[in-house]
Design a protein around this ligand. Structure first.
Ligand code: DC
Length: 222
């Protein structure tokens, strides 16, 4: 990456940590582009489900990932020309995204698509490996965490608001399973970059967390 490449703020962290909400708000505050890299893994899982391709078949899923016909438009995303914004948030797709993401070939297939989001005036990218693999030269790297209990509580609140009934126990179990798979895989595991700043949001509001990331950006040398 050349020295004058647009600035990147990487916001990584585990499922339901609030990183997506924080990253999108930081992008809005700065007028930067926003990459929700998890959406790409979700789209690959949705495509695999629709194509009847097993998540475990890394080669076949990577081929789907390379050919993925997606369009991001503001907060919406379409797959093969049809809106998929809600479909990629289904629980089966969440679990599937974490399963397809273990394959190095799938991750490789998505690298250039992710880097293409790096355009002036800058990019805020959220995911698991933004600071470690995709944008290792990011100017700011925040690693957002919250306790598993707090993350399950937040997810519970969101789902209840949508009229979906789930138990806290099953949410906590899903979150722990996803954490273990995302952190335990060999290819680009979920872990903070050596130069990442840890941001524990267990006791922070979204606004406070956003303010912390903006302060890190303002303090970071250009
Ligand atoms: O951020 P999310 O919950 O939408 O991500 C869904 C899954 O995609 C997550 O369980 C792991 C995978 N993922 C990944 O491996 N690398 C990324 N940069 C983003 C997501």
């Amino acid at each position: 990456m050349t020295a004058d490449a647009p600035v990147v703020i990487a916001v990584d962290g585990p499922a339901a940590s609030g990183k997506g909400t924080i990253a999108a708000a930081v992008a809005r505050a700065l007028g930067f582009h926003y990459l929700d890299s998890g959406a790409l893994y979700r789209l690959v899982a949705l495509k695999a489900l629709r194509a009847g391709t097993p998540f475990a078949d890394g080669g076949a899923v990577a081929a789907l990932a390379r050919a993925l016909d997606v369009r991001f438009d503001g907060g919406s995303v379409s797959l093969d020309g049809a809106d998929a914004t809600a479909a990629i948030r289904a629980e089966a797709v969440s679990a599937g995204a974490s399963e397809v993401a273990v394959h190095a070939a799938v991750r490789q297939a998505l690298i250039d698509r992710q880097r293409a989001f790096r355009r002036p005036p800058g990019l805020v990218a959220d995911g698991r490996d933004m600071g470690t693999v995709v944008f290792p030269d990011a100017r700011v790297k925040a690693f957002v965490t919250a306790s598993a209990d707090e993350r399950a509580r937040r997810r519970h609140k969101q789902l209840i608001a949508k009229g979906i009934s789930v138990t806290m126990d099953s949410l906590l179990r899903d979150i722990r399973e996803r954490d273990a798979r995302d952190a335990g895989r060999a290819a680009a595991p979920l872990k903070p970059a050596d130069d990442a700043v840890l941001l524990d949001t267990t006791n922070l509001t979204i606004d406070e967390a956003v303010a912390r990331v903006l302060a890190l950006y303002r303090a970071a040398p250009a």
